[in-house]
Design a protein around this ligand. Structure first.
Ligand code: ADP
Ligand code: MG
Length: 271
């Protein structure tokens, strides 16, 4: 089979899986420092099914962070509905972990203690915390940094610790707001591999929703990409990605998805 001439196939549709997030007519407005009203999110609707890896992709300022914060329960919409497992999202919860661009670790605690503190906060009994923390530190190959403090680590290693902390709490959903955005190319690649592996190993029990402005990253990670227009954000296209896991950027299917999405975004800019 010549992969270069095989047409892109839709990824297996997880439409049969229960709906994890149902977002309808979401609107979020803001007030700029000038006092002007800014529409950050302009009536977007989408579903995310259980076990999917969805990327929201769009240019800076199109409302990605606004949407993600609302899914996380860290912010509220002005209008529209956001349901998780059929119930309105009214605040944050242990069912959702968030990875931010800056790994938000407590600087005075070791990597291990950061993970154990998170386990305490989600109600894991004290005697279960050390083993569970080390299990996840090993899982993301961080065991040798368990007793290091965040300032002793590179940004990539800190973000890896934040990933271990998020996963140790066993959330149903992992939300990522450009968590690789401030990493150098090599650290980014390692973390992307780690995230792909964790999601594949969860065997469709965990739902990942990441936002990014990086077309390659979306094509590498997601099984469905929701492409957004420039501000105020609307969805312009949905792209399913069929490439097998683990994915590499030089995989022919991944490269073709990258150019397809790139063309879409260019058409949008030229409009
Ligand atoms: N706290 C805020 N106050 C005022 N305007 C904001 C605030 N947060 C975001 N915005 C505006 O809302 C729009 C969408 O922002 P955001 O959701 O951060 O987009 P993205 O994550 O895609 O870059 C932008 O125009 C931004 O300037
Ligand atoms: Mg953002």
């Amino acid at each position: 089979m010549n992969r270069a001439t095989t047409p892109l196939q839709p990824a297996p549709d997880r439409g049969d899986a229960p709906v994890k997030f149902e977002v309808r007519d979401l609107v979020r407005t803001r007030t700029a420092t000038s006092g002007a009203k800014v529409t950050a999110v302009d009536g977007v609707s989408f579903d995310v099914h259980e076990g999917e890896f969805v990327c929201l992709l769009g240019p800076s300022g199109c409302g990605k962070t606004s949407i993600l914060n609302i899914l996380a329960g860290l912010d509220r919409q002005n209008s529209g509905d956001v349901l998780m497992d059929g119930k309105p999202v009214t605040g944050p919860g242990p069912d959702r972990a968030v990875l931010f661009q800056e790994p938000a670790l407590f600087p005075w605690l070791s990597v291990r203690a950061n993970v154990e503190l998170a386990l305490k906060l989600v109600g894991v009994p004290p005697d279960a915390r050390p083993d569970r923390a080390m299990h996840w530190l090993r899982n993301v190959r961080l065991e040798r940094f368990a007793d290091a403090q965040p300032h002793e680590l590179s940004m990539g290693t800190r973000q890896r610790a934040a990933l271990a902390r998020a996963l140790a709490c066993d959330p149903d959903v992992l939300l990522g707001d450009e968590p690789f955005g401030s990493l150098d190319a090599q650290a980014r690649e390692l973390l992307q591999d780690e995230v792909q592996r964790v999601w594949v190993e969860s065997e469709n029990t965990k739902t990942f929703v990441f936002v990014t402005h990086n077309v390659r990253e979306a094509a590498l990670l997601a099984d469905r990409v929701l492409v957004m227009s420039a501000a105020p954000g609307r969805f312009i296209e949905e792209v399913r990605i069929h490439a097998p896991w683990p994915r590499q950027l030089d995989d022919v299917l991944v490269a073709r998805v990258v150019s397809e999405i790139h063309d879409l975004l260019m058409q949008e800019v030229e409009r």
